[in-house]
Design a protein around this ligand. Structure first.
Ligand SMILES: Nc1ncnc2c1ncn2[C@@H]1O[C@H](COP(=O)(O)OP(=O)(O)OP(=O)(O)O)[C@@H](O)[C@H]1O
Length: 573
């Protein structure tokens, strides 16, 4: 990669000696567009945010530059002012757009619609700006940086190269992998105690600033800015170039943008309308035949050679101390939950202490999964009160409930499909360590209990195996190890043995007994397999039609006439 970067630097430095003026002009612009394509790739390719809004931030940066240089003047200090404005104004706008797009409760579609609206609004503002923005004529005639064409070619080339190298290092770091984790499974990221919304807002703001920097370069290199520079047609072109180049690769979108823009400049004169049709047709063909873009032809060859990771046990023991054993981990009082007119949970009361493994059983639709949701997400509208470690969780989103010591394992294993086992486990540690922006360590430190689960289930030897290659049981075990690596006080397990073989079920049973009886975790287990429940539970709670009908020992439940009636389908509220 260093050799590639060095070759690119030499091309940028010596390019003006061999290229004609037309090519220099077009390529300087193409490289600026390539900077934008890299930002689109980080947002869409790596984080899964389909955005058309980068054009708006680019336009704002370009107009901020042109407006400073036109209305205030051009001097060395004013060029610095223009540069600061070109970065800061889009950055603040990006922060506001990010907040609007990713506030709690918004959907990915909503974020994409906002990214379509922003360029339209910015373009309208430019049209309505009168002499301040030049309206439909744009702005021209302001003084630009005195660099000449070769100077601009080299400046934009170096900026693109620096951005590409920074992006390339970043996407391999812990912070970069966290973006991929958000793309793969945002819910799991939240249930690891990390706020995806915060990360996405910060990313959008920073990349809006980078788009603004590209706008500064464009306004200086071209000497003209126009409303189309911030329009959603341009925003769509950026998405097309990124897709054609190969999203999620950095260099694919970079070369895609340069290649298509350069070809467009050469061919659009001779084939003005046909060329657009060719690009559009190519996009459709590519999406069908090569969804990974052109870069996937190259990356597929190199994908196999993954990096070797080591799983190390942290020195600290996770055993809950004797003092804490006295206080309830979870306390539920009068819990009720309705979906419209349908009342799913009614007047549930129970308390769970450290070391207890409480199984929640009941027929389908009894409200078991809903109960788990109410215990792990304080934003669910409920009646009554749920306290974790003595703190009412009302209003707290999942990542804040995780911070109180709750780990949730979902019914369908919730892991990161495009990562390796080691990478998934590394993501769990991001709550305890600030994600590094430039690197990711080879050794992954995990609590001993998590290491033990991996050992018992044979995953310690599969650290570098891709999650997509794991069996159903291995995925369940990996998710359990991830949840335990959070070092929670309370583990919520929704049918952890569903679809597992008898041997795998026994292993999970051993692991759960060890976690609760030996290490002092509290656990709530939703389970249909009553033999399994009988073997490992310290207490059993029976739910029926949303009501808690029995809370007792295994013996109590086995001998209960009510439970027998419920399971034979005879009890009705
Ligand atoms: N988001 C929702 N909107 C409307 N109704 C819901 C929603 N989630 C659950 N329900 C209803 O609440 C009831 C309880 O569902 P829940 O999934 O909690 O049951 P369960 O005991 O976990 O069932 P199972 O054993 O089949 O998983 C069901 O009637 C279900 O249809």
């Amino acid at each position: 990669m260093a050799a590639l970067a060095l070759s690119a630097l030499l091309l940028v430095i010596f390019g003006p000696l061999v290229l004609d003026r037309f090519s220099l002009n077009v390529l300087a612009r193409s490289m600026i567009y390539a900077m934008l394509a890299v930002t689109v790739d980080l947002l869409w390719g790596y984080t899964g945010i389909l955005t058309f809004g980068q054009a708006a931030f680019f336009g704002v940066g370009a107009y901020a530059t042109a407006m400073v240089l036109t209305h205030i003047g051009a001097s060395p200090s004013l060029f610095v002012l223009a540069l600061v404005a070109a970065i800061l104004v889009p950055l603040v706008l990006g922060l506001a757009v990010g907040w609007l797009s990713f506030y709690h409760g918004s959907t990915p579609l909503y974020a994409t619609v906002i990214s379509l609206v922003v360029p339209i609004v910015i373009t309208q503002l430019i049209y309505s700006g009168g002499i301040w923005t030049g309206s439909s004529s744009g702005m021209v005639g302001y003084q630009t940086l005195p660099l000449g064409l070769p100077g601009f070619f080299r400046l934009t080339g170096v900026c693109l190269l620096v951005l590409a190298v920074v992006a390339f290092v970043f996407v391999r770091s812990d912070a970069g992998r966290l973006l991929v984790a958000i793309r793969d499974n945002e819910t799991r990221v939240a249930y690891l105690g990390i706020s995806p919304a915060r990360i996405k807002i910060a990313l959008m703001a920073v990349l809006a600033g980078v788009a603004g920097l590209a706008g500064f370069l464009f306004a200086n290199a071209s000497g003209v800015v126009a409303p189309e520079n911030s329009g959603f047609v341009f925003g769509t072109e950026l998405v097309v170039w990124t897709a054609l180049g190969g999203r999620g690769t950095i260099f694919g979108p970079l070369l895609g943008a340069i290649g298509i823009d350069y070809l467009s400049a050469n061919l659009s004169g001779e084939l003005p309308f046909l060329w657009q049709l060719v690009v559009g047709g190519l996009f459709v063909v590519m999406i069908i035949l090569l969804p990974g873009g052109l870069a996937s032809l190259v990356t597929a060859r190199f994908a196999q050679g993954g990096r070797k990771r080591r799983l190390d046990a942290l020195p600290s023991a996770t055993r809950v101390d004797a003092m804490a054993l006295c206080a309830p981990v979870v306390s539920v009082t009068g819990l009720g939950k309705s979906f419209g007119a349908l009342s799913v949970l009614k007047g549930i009361d129970f308390t769970i202490r450290p070391g207890e493994l409480v199984s929640v059983v009941g027929p389908n639709g009894a409200g078991k999964t809903t109960l788990m949701r109410c215990l792990s997400d304080g934003t669910e509208a409920i009646e009554g009160r749920v306290e974790i470690g003595g703190r009412d969780i009302a209003g707290l989103p999942p990542q804040k409930v995780v911070a109180l010591g709750v780990g949730r394992k979902f019914q369908v294993a919730s892991v990161f499909d495009s990562m390796t086992v080691a990478e998934c486990l590394r993501m769990v540690r991001m709550r305890h360590e600030r994600p590094a922006l430039t690197q990711s360590p080879d050794a992954i430190d995990l609590p001993p209990a998590a290491i033990e689960i991996l050992r018992l289930t044979g995953l310690t030897d599969m650290a570098d195996r891709h999650v997509s290659l794991l069996s159903h049981g291995q995925r369940q075990a990996l998710e359990l190890a991830m949840v335990v690596a959070l070092e929670p006080r309370l583990i919520l397990l929704d049918e952890p043995t569903a679809g597992l073989s008898k041997a795998e079920r026994m292993t999970i049973g051993v692991v759960l007994k060890r976690l609760t009886a030996d290490l002092g975790f509290a656990a709530i287990l939703v389970e249909h397999d009553l033999d399994f429940v009988r073997e490992i539970s310290s207490r059993i709670v029976v739910l029926h039609q949303g009501k808690l009908v029995l809370d007792g020992t295994v013996e109590d439940v086995v001998q209960s006439e009510t439970v027998r009636t419920i399971y034979s389908g005879g009890a009705h509220a």
